[in-house]
Write a protein that binds this ligand. Structure first.
Ligand SMILES: Nc1ncnc2c1ncn2[C@@H]1O[C@H](COP(=O)(O)OP(=O)(O)OP(=O)(O)O)[C@@H](O)[C@H]1O
Ligand SMILES: [Mg+2]
Length: 493
């Protein structure tokens, strides 16, 4: 959502004003965060700055600086400062990564807080992190909180630039992507939080997992997340795609073969099962597995034993299996294309990855994530996505899910040639699926009205339409809320 907020809104959300009203950065921070505390329940917050791989608390609100224990690359703040990507933690007390930031975790017991941490960047370089601890049961959704905190971070960065104008710039690490961490899995919507929860549950066990979901929803990413969060994380994660090989070749890929096992088998070859020893084997597109191979796979799942093709030695498989499919396996069982016994073996712990259109609230964060990924990869200087383009993205049905969004943003980054992705840079399929929106940059008044309307809609939705509660949540009066919500409802947009 942030990307859709024009820079002017930074000043407008009062944050800029409050920051500037302080004689020092610390004073401005105190004023701005007090305002956010009152309006949005942002109970505690801290600005961290990184210098030469060292992270320190620059200023804190609602707690002493000593309450935190920042370490570059570790914990939430440390990871954000290092990677340059935001992290959202729904419950601080239940997330080890978040507890790692606290000097005395026990002292935080009894406070139900969530954490939104975003990078602080000056001229596109990450110089630190801003962590804001919200009351976990507060009103705004994680999407809105993330937007607000990102706005605060960019206002702070401006402040930093002027307060520290004479100081040498903080040393900056190049952004890099870790092989996997939760931070690489974008999305804080309720369906995704459910997926994270399930990943955590199954990761703790060695149970077989079955991942269901449409094409491009992120099934493979979920499989990697399970592996990366399990005790097998230092052992290999090996994938094999059932649809990618003809039957005999698939079996030799999976089980390996001895010399002369079939024509062309010139030497002994290790299979992917061998290579996955101690780790995880990801069986992709399991619904496409031929029936004959299904029998062999079932045997491995039951007995944890297998032989290489043409071999006599029985080998032990110390492997966690994760299977994925975008087919309806139960229907395949019904028509005899998938063995029922194998289906029950696989169907122990299933995770269903939601379609992108079922979690449209995650689209802005995903778009921003891909924007940063591809500007880095293609060495382009594209800063943000216009609000018009974001509206189009939000309104598209995304039959190809996250992969389609990823492709659209890559194309936009490559074809853009300007600092801002506009509607015209998006594929025709996306431009065609929404009503035409003005391509003009919104005026300040429009942008403010838009933010106000969104916040009001959200508060009303979350309070079940109760004006009194929604107005308290927004820090305004019922009378003003009624006036404003009437104003935004007519004329209809
Ligand atoms: N939550 C997410 N955050 C960031 N990137 C994501 C997310 N979900 C998916 N992606 C990206 O989208 C692309 C598609 O994801 P993935 O390959 O895991 O989908 P899939 O469900 O396995 O698709 P298929 O069924 O077509 O194989 C990948 O590049 C992946 O990194
Ligand atoms: Mg896949």
């Amino acid at each position: 959502m942030t990307a859709s907020l024009p820079e002017e809104l930074v000043a407008l959300a009062h944050v800029g004003e409050e920051l500037a009203a302080g004689a020092t950065l610390a004073e401005g921070f105190e004023r701005a965060m007090t305002m956010l505390d009152k309006r949005l329940g942002a109970k505690r917050s801290a600005l961290f700055l990184a210098e030469a791989r060292h992270l320190a608390v620059e200023v804190a609100y609602g707690m002493p600086s000593e309450a935190l224990r920042p370490r570059y690359g570790l914990g939430v703040a440390g990871r954000v400062a290092k990677s340059g990507f935001p992290i959202v933690v729904p419950s601080v007390l239940r997330e080890p990564m978040a507890l790692a930031d606290l000097a005395e975790p026990a002292a935080w017991r009894g406070h139900a807080l969530s954490l939104v941490a975003v990078p602080v960047s000056i001229s596109g370089r990450c110089v630190g992190a801003l962590s804001v601890y919200f009351e976990a049961r507060g009103a705004p959704s994680f999407g809105t909180r993330l937007s607000v905190v990102q706005v605060v971070a960019s206002a702070l960065a401006q402040g930093l630039r002027s307060h520290h104008a004479s100081a040498p710039p903080a040393r900056v690490e190049p952004r890099e992507l870790a092989p996997f961490e939760y931070a690489n899995m974008i999305g804080t919507s309720a369906p995704m939080r459910q997926v994270y929860e399930e990943i955590g549950q199954v990761a703790r066990t060695s149970a077989t997992a079955l991942i269901l979901g449409e094409s491009g929803t992120g099934k493979e990413l979920v499989a990697q997340a399970i592996h990366a969060n399990s005790t097998r994380r230092d052992k290999p994660f090996i994938a094999i795609n059932s649809a990618a090989f003809p039957e005999t070749l698939f079996e030799s890929e999976l089980f390996g073969h001895e010399r002369g096992a079939f024509t062309g088998a010139v030497g002994r070859k290790k299979g992917r099962l061998d290579r996955a020893q101690g780790g995880t084997l990801f069986l992709d597109e399991i619904g496409d597995l031929p029936l004959a191979t299904q029998v062999k796979l079932l045997r491995v799942l039951q007995s944890r034993e297998y032989e290489r093709l043409g071999g006599t030695e029985t080998l032990k498989a110390d492997v966690r299996f994760i299977a994925a499919t975008n087919n309806d396996l139960a229907a395949a069982v019904a028509v005899g294309r998938f063995r029922e016994d194998l289906y029950y073996r696989l169907n122990v712990f299933t995770i269903t990855v939601p379609r992108l259109r079922e979690r449209a609230g995650d689209i802005p964060a995903l778009a921003q994530y891909f924007l940063e990924k591809f500007t880095r990869e293609h060495r382009r200087d594209v800063r943000r996505i216009s609000s018009g383009a974001l509206d189009l993205l939000a309104g598209h049905p995304w039959p190809g899910n996250v992969r389609e969004l990823e492709n659209a943003i890559e194309r936009a980054v490559v074809s853009c040639g300007e600092p801002v992705v506009a509607e015209s840079h998006l594929p025709e399929a996306i431009r065609g699926s929404a009503p035409r929106v003005s391509t003009e940059r919104p005026t300040l008044a429009q942008a403010v009205a838009d933010l106000e309307r969104r916040m009001i809609d959200e508060a009303l939705r979350e309070c079940g339409g109760n004006l009194a509660r929604a107005s308290r949540r927004l820090g305004t009066t019922e009378r003003i809320l009624r006036y404003k919500s009437d104003k935004y409802r007519s004329p209809p947009r």
